[in-house]
Design a protein around this ligand. Structure first.
Ligand code: TXA
Ligand code: MG
Length: 332
């Protein structure tokens, strides 16, 4: 078991933050809450410490990590080009769940960028994440705090279950507000391109910069190469995930088609159709609320020991695209 320290998510205790900063300064790994999911942090300008993140996650090197900053000035120090488009986006959406991919400055180690000429930067809004970055005084490299390809953690207990002793300290700030990862937007592409749909909707991005594109159909091709962390199979629980067509008859058909222990993640309209499953988790009909609960539901279904988790498909509408993306990957 790693050391777990409970912190007030809105007003974290200074001594807990100082303690975590000291662990990082010694080269340790600290899992901390952000508004999206928990991150597994190391000091981002120290190559050997960043390498420890890959070892802990058993993540192949070459996957670029996000550097978490306390605001635009720190971000600019890590970029070789900072466009007016970047300034406009961060003025509207930072701090918050938006990651900008920009040309990297030389101070950024190759271990962070996976050898790419760009770097992903994000200023989280979560008070614990912000306080930790300020206390350390430099950017924190942090992927989601889960073993490679597993479901991202939206609560401290998910981190403990996935990483155990491979993390030195877990700051427990309770459940994450968004529950789905940041939107990754490449400003190194012209026009700017969404590489990973996430907590900031396309609609909100386009309100700031109408040029922004999201090529949904190529996500498994081009975008997967552009964002190597977006491997097709990702966000997967231990159990097999089967997607059911939306609606009671689709869910009933999936239940009939699967043998062994079953759990189901369904809308309230399809709950009765899943009654044969040993565990039925009803998820909301609203996309943000659904996103907040999804990963915890997958963790819960997995922990119940079933062989298969049936997940009812979500509506095919832009507001659901980030969630639909995670479901597609979980089901591979
Ligand atoms: O919400 C989040 O983004 C969370 C919290 C902890 O901040 N972090 C997270 O990190 O999800 P990770 O490592 O699991 O995912 C980072 C994503 C990957 O899809 C990766 O390919 C992409 O960001 N990325 C990072 N740097 C990149 C770069 N230079 N070029 C292209 N994609 C990049
Ligand atoms: Mg991840």
């Amino acid at each position: 078991m790693p050391r777990v320290v409970v912190v007030d998510p809105s007003k974290p205790d200074a001594s807990a933050i100082a303690d975590a900063a000291a662990v990082l300064a010694r080269g340790g790994l600290v899992a901390f809450p952000t508004e999206t999911v928990y991150g597994l942090g190391a000091r981002g300008l120290h190559a050997a410490e960043v390498a420890c993140i890959f070892a802990a996650k058993e993540r192949p090197s070459g996957h670029p990590l996000i550097l978490h900053v306390d605001g635009e000035p720190m971000a600019r120090s890590l970029a070789s080009v900072w466009s007016s488009a970047a300034s406009r986006l961060v003025a509207e959406l930072w701090p918050g769940p938006l990651t900008l991919v920009v040309p990297r400055a030389l101070v950024v180690p190759n271990e962070v960028t996976g050898g790419l000429s760009t770097v992903g930067l994000r200023a989280p809004v979560h008070p614990v994440a912000r306080a930790l970055i300020v206390a350390v005084g430099e950017p924190l490299a942090a992927p989601s705090a889960n073993a490679h390809m597993h479901v991202s953690p939206t609560a401290a207990e998910h981190v403990v279950r996935s990483l155990g002793d491979r993390v030195d300290l877990v700051l427990d700030g309770g459940p994450c507000a968004y529950g789905i990862e940041s939107t990754v937007l490449s400003l190194a592409d012209d026009p700017p391109r969404v590489l990973r749909p996430g907590a900031v909707s396309l609609e909100r991005l386009r309100a700031v910069d109408p040029r922004i594109v999201y090529e949904r159909e190529t996500i498994e091709g081009d975008a997967a190469r552009a964002a190597p962390g977006m491997a097709a199979k990702h966000y997967a629980p231990r159990a097999r995930v089967v997607l059911a067509e939306r609606g009671p008859s689709g869910v009933a058909a999936a239940v009939l088609g699967c043998a062994g222990g079953l759990a189901a993640l369904v809308s309230s309209a399809a709950a009765d159709a899943a009654a044969g499953c040993s565990r039925v988790i009803v998820l909301p009909d609203e996309p943000d609320e659904y996103a907040r609960r999804l990963f915890a539901a997958l963790h819960e279904a997995d922990a119940s020991g079933v062989e298969t988790v049936i997940v009812e498909r979500v509506p095919d509408e832009p507001a659901w695209w980030a969630v639909a993306d995670r479901l597609r990957r979980a089901a591979r």
